[in-house]
Design a protein around this ligand. Sequence first.
Ligand code: SF4
Ligand code: SF4
Length: 456
Amino acid sequence: MSDYYNDAVAARTRLATVSNSFCLAKWKQVSLHLTTGHTNSCYHPPLHPIPVEPLADNPSALHNTAHKKQSRTEMMAGIRCSDCNYCWNIESQGNMSDRHYRSGEPWAMDSFDEIILDPLADVNPSYVEVNFNNVCNLKCSYCSPQFSSMWTTETNEHGAWPTTVPHNAPEHFSGKRRAIPNREENPYREAFWRWWPTLYPNLKHFRMTGGEPTMDPNTYRVFDYVLDNPKSDLHLNTTSNFSVDKRVWDKYKGYVQKLCEGEQIEHFMQFVSLDTWGSQAEYIRHGLDFELAINRCEEFIRDVPYRSSLTFIITMNNLSILSLKKLLEYIVYLRKTYTDTYQRVWFDTPLLYTPDWQSMQILPMEYQIVMQDCIQYMENNMHEMHGFKDYEVLKMQRDLDWMLKGTTDVERKRADFFKFFTEHDRRRGTDFLNTFPEMSSFWQQCEYYANRSTSN
Ligand code: SF4
Ligand code: SF4
């Protein structure tokens, strides 16, 4: 078994000395959505609002909210806080969850003693993910106006989507849920930049998400700060769709090359959001230029040869699995071609929960064959450097187990699948059946439920 897996197993034992619901990521990891003033710990729990008032005196209140402190208290007492159902569901099936994997990583486990000494004290996280800005050039099917300016423009023009409960209605993203544009005063972003000099020395991982970070001036402010204040233990990460225009791409790549020369940082991890292969990937992430993104993956690995790796974020949803194997084959190709002394190519397969009509759990049972074929391919190509690792296979198996568990309210979810993607084709000029011909029988089932729900 790999070190990563063994660390997670060791973490499970050590966490249990406090409780069976204790997770170090609740303290040491934070996701900050500064455009709307929301946070969670790792990115699985639902976002909750950050109260503005405490930020004036204590910018660390961006992370140490009363809500999180309540969850921390419950975890210490062995209560499964409702925020973390993602992990509880996985553990209920007897599988290792992200609670074990994340807690087992050094950025979390190194703080075990400090946390149990004073669990309710404010902590500076060592793993920080920030969304500064919702400017984005894509409209991914499962995204929303909160995260993408392209989505905002579209819903302002066309209104809510005609699902059972109207989806992404513009009025839902007003008031506290409105994404504050970069040009406007934003108390959360302002608090972040006050906190940054204190936060920076403790950081081990800093990741910028979006929106599209390559288009965001805050990204380059961070890059300039790091270049002026090199930190040899810092893992600096961004997430991108790799489909931005050439001018932005050249500027971005130039910065990353500078950061990775010499010893400015420990490592740069480039996350690339890509859920499957070819036209099906483009359909899921509207506006994605698949060929361009794939070419840039190789260009990135070649042109930033030191201190950098690339991770595919494959959000597992019901449209991603049919061409998934081709993406897995591409990962093997990249690993064989570019991995030599250290791993240059990684991937993760988080599950999509919302919107629920895009969940794998609403697929008919026969789709399990597609997933089993992917798992078989991975098992046939196990190799520490040039193939798949044990925990990657386990995670894929875990995703299949979750899919097979099924779900409630399937008829409504399938009806919404049809309603959403029919509207998607109308608004965006796409063609579902032409892109996913293998799903025609499922599409007809969904259409039947949609028609039935309309006539009831
Ligand atoms: S969702 Fe899991 S990994 Fe994330 S904070 Fe909760 S228990 Fe930890
Ligand atoms: S690239 Fe990210 S922010 Fe942009 S639409 Fe897709 S999921 Fe949303």
